[in-house]
Ligand binder design. Sequence first.
Ligand code: ADP
Length: 480
Amino acid sequence: MSLDVLSVASEAFPLIKTGGLADVAGALPLALKAQDIRTRTLLPGYPSVLAALDPTHAALRIPDLFGGPAYVLAVEVNGLDLLVLDAPHLFDRPGGPYQMPGGYDHPDNWARFAALSRAGAEIAMGALDGWRPAIVHAHDWQAALTPVYLAVTNAPRPRTVVTIHNLAFQGNFSSSIFPALGLPPTAWSIEGVEYYGNVGYLKGGLHAADAITTVSPTYAREILTPAGGMGLEGLLAGRASQLHGIVNGIDVDVWNPATDAVIAERYSAQDLKPRRHDKSALEGEFGLRREAGPIFAVVSRLTWQKGLDLVAAACDEIVASGIRLVVVGSGDPEIEDAFRAAHNRHPDRIGVRIGYDEVLSHRVQAGADALIIPSRFEPCGLTQLYGLRYGCIPIVSRVGGLADTVIDANFAASTAGVATGIIFSPVDEENLIAALKRAKGLYDEGAPWQKMQARAMNTDVSWSASAALYADLYRELTKE
Ligand code: ADP
């Protein structure tokens, strides 16, 4: 039986993206079509989003949405059924979705995303030509007030799901905004949005939602602990039976080494030989010395969360171990500088490109032998999935989605022929270096490494299995 879903998100690929949330919001609706689930996605009308739309008539007018009129535009873009919230007083301005051009948060983010949620709740209750979804799926704090607004209506309402993409971002604001949210006074409570004297958007949503999901089973367990819960572990523990971990998939058409137009040579799990041309091209691109031995790579935000301070600190030992290194990324200035300095010390063994470069990231995945991902926490992670798909063996820490998507080449897994990468823990420099040396040892053996590459490439990293899990959850919720 078909089922209608309203997804509420602050970004969706390919229209607007700052992180993994956009990939999920953009890809999941398409994957759910095979499950007979029809999703409409409510998205803020940022200038770049409106610019990508064909002219259209408003499907709904909201006379006053947090200080001005708003319109909901119903359009289809790349197979996504979009509802774009055109509210110029909130979204028509320079900068990113959350920050002004100088890098500071928009001071009225509380109103911008309360408005998104409020509009989501009105649509969920039939404001758009009487269309009523069975499920409202809100992503992250920016959409998390949607289930809060729905929870305080007296009429029958859709079931609600909140997905946590990264618990580090919670949307906490001063209590002074509470009266402007239009919630009843009872919402100012532990059961509502009150959070240690502030208004907590994610906190309120996690309380109000019928179900909570996050983007991997291991992260779903980690956020129940003081170390991973970022203050919300108590609330989440109370809701543990409604908390589900579902890993993200990737777009296996965009990321396909057999058809990728930007890599030097195309290859597949059946025929990995052409891959050496991609490695050679990578050596050329980064001016690396042409020699036997592996190239390991980093493609990432260069931050503490990603553990890349540890890689920067280990550069000399990495080179001494016979490993060449390629780094593509940007982030903390200190980590950027440390990699630049490492390149200056070893110009033909460490290649560094500071910046964001999507095309280069494909070439690195195709040409490097392994990808280093030593995250301190990682809700799901996408790069290791690209690595698997490209036979660029992931070397990862045992946290979150990394632990759920990579099978360590330990004795048992290697004997059983199921290993797809290298996992280490806990996250520190010593264990990282040991893992890199273990990977180098396996690489040097030759045949087992190539078998592992082919196996990694045959891993199912598409959305289909995860879309089926979301579909099961939606159907379960509508049964109650
Ligand atoms: P997060 O969303 O926490 O940054 P993910 O692994 O989930 O980490 O997703 C990061 C995405 O951004 C991946 O697709 C990765 O390849 C890409 N990426 C990160 N830094 C760069 C960069 N400098 N150039 C190109 N792609 C990058």
